[in-house]
Design a protein around this ligand. Structure first.
Ligand code: SAH
Length: 374
């Protein structure tokens, strides 16, 4: 057993050193285990130690670009609630709320709908204690009660509306590499120069493979990414959907079809970085496979709408009308930022096409806006 002193020293060592010690002890670790440690290690992981999002952070997200994003999603939640038959109480849960900006903007939009404010409780699913503090500050004086949870499973039962922007891309991916007729786990090891390198584990047995890998005929060297955390989330949402009405919106960047390729990327100071070079100091994400998500949601009995490109989704929710209302009361400097923010969210050359919106509902609910009549 380690002495208390040694243990505490090990726990405060930089993440890279701890991961190298772990690899020396246990051998190579999977890409998923590496990504999990880099992003979510409670002591030294990226989200635990940094304030990553925004102009001062490493990357910027839609709610940080324009208040219109959170306002439209807030009003989307109200329309969904109405289509559920206006249940009271209702929970609006946000997964991975970052700086709390989206929810703060949504909540402002709810001020014009007092019946909704009387019914709603906000649940924030967040694992990072430092981001929880930022969220608490952003939502100070909230007219709706706010509670924090570690996992979807921990929320009380009842009608639920879920919003998740750039949450899924932060969940670790496994990478499988095709060699001949076999798939191998892509792993991280340490080379002679004490640097992390990618390597491959033994061939996986058929029973260790996800269905997607069995069904695909892949060329030699192909990489298939799978996201166990997204699978678990689908199963947790479906379990709730069998008890009470549920509508969940996921907005993220990714592809419509399951494909091959390594999409693991690190972003540091608004620039791409080497995923193996800056463990715990850069944001590590991978593209969302919307086709896999849809398959998993359907297999769990959920209804699926989309994915729809983010630009089309926001325009159908009324982005232009909201933008023009803001412009009417704006100074010339504010005008520029309102216009450029709105364009950045919707322009297909910016976030309008790579980002997509997928909506899942419990069986038998009306199509959610903007997919049904709206
Ligand atoms: N939605 C925000 C932030 C996206 S960054 C925005 O659009 O700005 C990803 C967020 O997910 C962070 O808040 C991070 O702490 C949180 N997160 C990552 N993995 C998580 C997990 N497994 N459970 C809960 N939250 C998680």
């Amino acid at each position: 057993m380690m002495s208390a002193q040694l243990k505490s020293r090990a726990e405060t060592a930089p993440l890279a050193a701890r991961l190298k010690a772990r690899i020396a002890r246990e051998g190579m670790i999977s890409v998923a285990a590496y990504m999990d440690a880099c992003v979510a290690d409670p002591d030294a992981g990226y989200y635990a130690t940094r304030h990553p999002i925004g102009a001062q952070g490493d990357f910027i997200t839609a709610p940080e670009i324009s208040q219109i994003f959170g306002e439209l999603l807030g009003l989307w939640a109200v329309a969904v609630w109405q289509s559920m038959g206006a249940p009271k109480p209702v929970t609006v849960a946000e997964l991975g709320p970052g700086r709390g900006t989206l929810m703060a903007d949504a909540r402002r939009a709810w001020r014009s709908v007092p019946q909704f404010l009387e019914a709603v409780t906000v649940a924030l699913i967040e694992t990072s204690p430092s981001l929880r503090d930022v969220q608490q500050e952003a939502l100070r004086g909230s007219p709706a009660p706010v509670q924090w949870f570690d996992r979807v499973e921990d929320m009380p039962q009842g009608p639920l509306i879920v919003i998740a922007n750039e949450f899924l891309d932060a969940l670790p991916v496994r990478q499988l590499v095709r060699r001949g007729v076999h798939w191998h786990e892509r792993c991280v090891a340490v080379d002679r120069h004490d640097a992390f390198i990618f390597t491959e584990g033994n061939a996986l047995q058929a029973e260790e493979l996800p269905e997607a890998a069995l069904a695909l005929d892949a060329p030699d060297g192909a990489i298939l990414e799978i996201r166990p955390g997204a699978e678990r989330l689908m199963s947790a949402l479906a379990a709730r959907a069998s008890e009470a009405p549920l509508v969940a919106l996921f907005i993220d960047y990714g592809h419509d079809e399951t494909g091959f390729g390594d999409t693991l990327q690190a972003v540091h100071n608004h620039a791409y970085a080497d995923p193996l070079a800056a463990s715990g100091e850069a944001d590590l994400t991978a593209h969302v496979d919307f086709a896999a998500l849809k398959r998993s949601a359907k297999a769990h009995g959920l209804d699926v709408y989309g994915p729809m490109p983010q630009g089309a989704f926001l325009l159908k929710l009324g982005l232009e009308a909201r933008r023009d209302r803001l412009l009417a009361g704006a100074t010339p400097a504010q005008r520029d930022s309102i216009l450029s923010g709105a364009a950045r969210l919707t322009d297909p050359r910016q976030m309008g096409a790579l980002f997509k919106a997928l909506v899942l509902t419990s069986d038998g609910l009306a199509p959610p806006p903007p997919f049904g009549d709206f």
